[in-house]
Design a protein around this ligand. Sequence first.
Ligand SMILES: [Zn+2]
Length: 108
Amino acid sequence: MRPRSIKASKSQASLTIFWEDGTEVSLPFHKLAAACRCASCNDARAKAMAAGTAHEPESSILDTIEAVGSYGVNILWVGGCRHGIYTWDYLYALGAGHTPTADHHRAW
Ligand SMILES: [Zn+2]
């Protein structure tokens, strides 16, 4: 799935994606920042889960969004993470209500 267009609204603090299948989804910046999958955010999320708390992103104030090839975007947060690559598949999954887990970090 690929987006037809993407619209970031700083006033509404959300990213709206219009998918090629005609569906549209709005993802709040806070949710996006909390769902970053870079190594350091994965680590922070795993620690929060181990402690039984919710992972809070350092920042969910949008700085810029950069295209990454043709498969996704890099979302940069002001004063927060700058390494988050969000592929179209991942954004689609987030829009469908799937959230990342740190299951693979858990030592059973
Ligand atoms: Zn990150």
